[in-house]
Structure formats: structure tokens, C-alpha cells
Design a protein around this ligand. Structure first.
Ligand SMILES: [Zn+2]
Length: 433
């Protein structure tokens, strides 16, 4: 049995951490409590860790990562990115289907599971992509091991956009599992591009990204997805919300909702005036919007209009980030710094644990994770207040850089346990209710 004591423990339902202890055995939490651990526990423990009054949180669950494997392993691999995640306190991750081949068949999904089991750390799961031609497959998937279906309503990432109205409608009508939607309207983006070319010519700078992929493009597509979900009673989860106008469409609170939403740390951290300073390192889809948008996003995460944080960790080589608006790749790595960044922004470990662990577990029905509670898996992260400046040399991701380089953080991850072990032992498949 393993015992962590003298820790400020973030327990479910508590507004602030409580000084206490957590015991775990065979990967599961066996006891939690306030104050000093009982003598019996101390005697049973084979390993005792004095947390030195640091804060012990549930491991973060990141439900939106692109670990690039198979097919794009020059950018990232499950082995490298899952270790970057673990170093950043992310103990479970769910990977998106726009790999090569895309995860749009059970065979491709099984191959990803094989790679994860052989090479990754942390707890893994994989979305299946909805395409114009795999609707019949979506009816018969093992949803105890698949969190849901990813639908690109737009053409952000590879050839996976489902543009046809009737096909999209059928996906909403017939899918019972969560439908995770990347919502950006292509026709608005195409119109914006013509306008920008008229205004600036062909050599468009990266700083125009939020005018190309505008707030209007996001709002129009999110509205359309929400209309379809309401019509068919679908379970809709909107990925990476980036605008104030979309927040206004969402319900606050943590009650049962059929429509939920996530926000990514980069949309909370930067705004469009940072393009001049950061360039293509902060070029992502959806684009980073205005400071006013960012302020509403920050508030919405507090009041529950935005239910959870997910990184959209999307590594590219720095060489892929060169060139103008139409050349520089969209997407950036974030999984290693998301937890310290959120702690720095909000300075509230209980709130961050709700949005980065409890909510993802609840929204996707992940079994046995998301809170420090007896019988849950011992996915734990010890964090502490510490002023530091991020640099590319800290990065464990294969691409070797981070948009956070030069940013100052006031928290850091000290140690991570995954299923009660140090990262590096194994990767376990997530299970879904
Ligand atoms: Zn994504």
C-alpha cells in the first residue's frame, strides 16, 4: 500500500483543498481523510510520501489531443506526447481521429489501441471520426471503450469534413453517443479569404488568422450544430469554443445537459493582439479571438457555460509553422503546460480540478476517474506554487517547442501517479459508462 500524507488534498465537493492523506493499493484509492493518517495506515504502508503541504489533485483528463500516430510520427508519437502529458499532470487522454489513416473504421481504431498499449503511458481512448460514408458503423461501435464520435463541420483538419447537409443530419439523428463537433463554417471562411485577398493581396500575414477564421464562422457552425442536437435530442459536445457569442448560447451550471462545451487553454491565455509577439506559434483552428472574447471565455469556465478544459494539443514541427497565413500550419502543442497554465490563470486548484478532471469524467462517462475518492483509480498529481518561465528546452513533445515559451507560470507539477504508479509503467484503456 502507498500513502501520501501531509498534502493539501483536492477532494470532490470541497471548495478548497484540505490537509490530509490519500492511500492507494493495486492502482486504486483505498482511503482518504483529513489531518494525520491513522497509525494503522502508516504501519501498513510500504511506501510513504510526505507531500510537504503541496497540493494533491486528481490527474487531469484531456479529452482532445492529437498525438499524430499513426502516420504523422515525424511530428509526434503516442510515446512522446503521452510522456509530455504525464509530466504536465495529465493522466488520461483521448485522441482525435485525424491521423493517417484516419480513425474512421474499427480496424484503424484497434491499431491505435495496439500502439498505445505497446508504447504510451497514461490512460488512453480514441474517438472515431464520422464521415460521409461510415454512418452504419457508428451504430455498432463498442461504446464502452469509445467515448464518442468526432464530427468536423468544416474542413479544418485533413479530409474529414462532412459537408453534406443530409449526412450531417443523419449523424445527429442516429448517434446516441456523444457527438464532438469542431464548429467552423467553411462558406464564411471562404468569403473572408476573398475579402482579405482584395484588401491585402496574396501575401497575407499570420496575424490576420482571426479575420480569416472569424468569430462569425464559429458562431454560425455552433448554432447549426445546436439546432440539430435540439431537433434530434442528440448528445452534443462542442470542442474548443473561442468566442463570447458562442458562450451566450450555452447553459451555465453543472447539471445534466445534452449540450456541453469545452475551452482550450490557448483561447483563455492569449488574444489576437498576441499574434505580433507570438506569430504562428499561436495559430490554431479555431483562431484565437479578441481580448473581449477571452474575458467572456474565462468567466464562462467559472459559471459552467464552458464545462471543461481540453487542450487540442496539436504538435507540428516549427518548420511547418513557417510562411504566411495560408502556409503556416494551424495547431500547437499544449498538453504539458495546460494544468500549470490553468492553475496560474485561476489560482484555484479545486476549480481547476472540477474543469480538468471531474467534468471530463462526468461528460464522457469515464469510469473510476476524475476525483480523489475511494475505489477510483489512483491518478494523482502533486503541484506547488513556483514562479518560473517556460522555455522550449522544457518541452518533452517530439516537436521540441511550445507556444508557452517565454510565458511566466506561478505553478508547477512536482509528481504524477497513474493508476498508483510512476508514469512509464503502462497504458490502460479508459472505460465508459
Ligand atoms: Zn482538435
Amino acid at each position: 500500500m502507498n500513502l501520501i500524507y501531509n498534502a493539501e488534498v483536492v477532494l470532490p465537493g470541497q471548495e478548497a483543498p484540505l490537509l490530509g492523506y490519500v492511500a492507494f493499493d493495486n492502482g486504486r484509492i483505498t482511503a482518504t481523510g483529513c489531518g494525520q493518517p491513522p497509525v494503522a495506515l502508516l504501519e501498513q504502508a510500504s511506501e510513504c510520501t510526505d507531500a510537504g503541504r503541496r497540493i494533491l489533485m486528481p490527474g487531469a483528463i484531456d479529452c482532445h489531443v492529437h498525438f499524430r500516430e499513426p502516420g504523422l510520427t515525424h511530428k509526434a508519437t503516442m510515446a512522446t506526447e503521452s510522456r509530455a502529458a504525464a509530466a504536465g499532470g495529465v493522466t488520461s487522454w483521448i485522441d482525435m481521429p485525424n491521423t493517417q489513416p484516419p480513425t474512421v473504421s474499427l480496424e484503424a481504431w484497434e491499431e491505435k489501441n495496439r500502439i498505445a498499449e505497446a508504447t504510451a503511458v497514461g490512460n488512453h481512448a480514441f474517438f472515431i471520426g464520422a464521415t460521409a460514408s461510415n454512418l452504419s458503423l457508428l451504430h455498432s461501435l463498442p461504446f464502452d471503450r469509445i467515448p464518442g464520435v468526432k464530427l468536423f463541420m468544416g474542413q479544418s483538419t485533413g479530409n474529414m469534413a462532412v459537408g453534406e447537409e443530409s449526412k450531417i443530419e443523419a449523424i445527429f439523428a442516429e448517434t446516441e453517443a456523444p457527438i464532438v463537433v469542431h464548429a467552423e463554417d467553411d462558406s464564411i471562411i471562404a468569403r473572408n479569404l476573398s475579402q482579405l485577398k482584395r484588401e491585402f493581396g496574396d501575401e497575407l500575414p499570420v496575424s490576420l488568422h482571426s479575420r480569416l477564421r472569424s468569430a462569425e464562422a464559429c458562431v454560425r457552425a455552433s448554432e447549426r450544430a445546436m439546432e440539430l442536437a435540439a431537433r434530434y435530442g442528440s448528445r452534443l459536445h462542442l470542442a474548443h469554443i473561442s468566442t463570447a457569442a458562442e458562450c451566450a448560447l450555452l447553459d451555465s451550471g453543472d447539471g445534466a445537459k445534452r449540450i456541453t462545451a469545452e475551452v482550450s487553454p490557448h483561447h483563455l491565455w492569449w488574444c489576437d493582439s498576441d499574434y505580433t509577439r507570438r506569430g504562428a506559434r499561436i495559430k490554431m483552428n479555431p483562431a484565437i479571438k479578441s481580448a473581449a472574447d477571452r474575458e467572456v471565455l474565462r468567466q464562462s469556465l467559472l459559471d459552467g457555460r464552458l464545462d471543461m478544459v481540453a487542450t487540442d494539443h496539436a504538435p507540428h514541427l516549427l518548420s511547418d509553422k513557417e510562411g504566411n497565413l495560408l502556409q503556416a500550419a494551424s495547431g500547437s502543442p499544449m498538453v504539458q503546460f495546460s494544468l500549470p497554465a490553468m492553475l496560474t490563470l485561476y489560482n484555484d486548484p479545486a476549480m481547476v480540478a472540477r474543469r480538468m478532471a471531474a467534468a471530463p469524467a462526468r461528460l464522457f462517462g469515464i469510469e473510476g476517474r476524475g476525483a480523489i475518492a475511494v475505489d477510483n483509480y489512483a491518478d494523482l498529481v502533486l503541484v506547488e506554487r513556483h514562479e518560473w518561465t517556460v522555455s522550449d528546452s522544457d518541452v518533452l513533445s517530439l516537436c521540441g517547442w511550445t507556444p508557452m515559451a517565454g510565458e511566466e507560470l506561478s505553478w508547477r507539477v512536482v509528481r504524477t501517479w497513474i493508476n498508483g504508479e510512476a508514469p512509464g509503467i503502462s497504458s490502460m484503456a479508459l472505460r465508459f459508462k
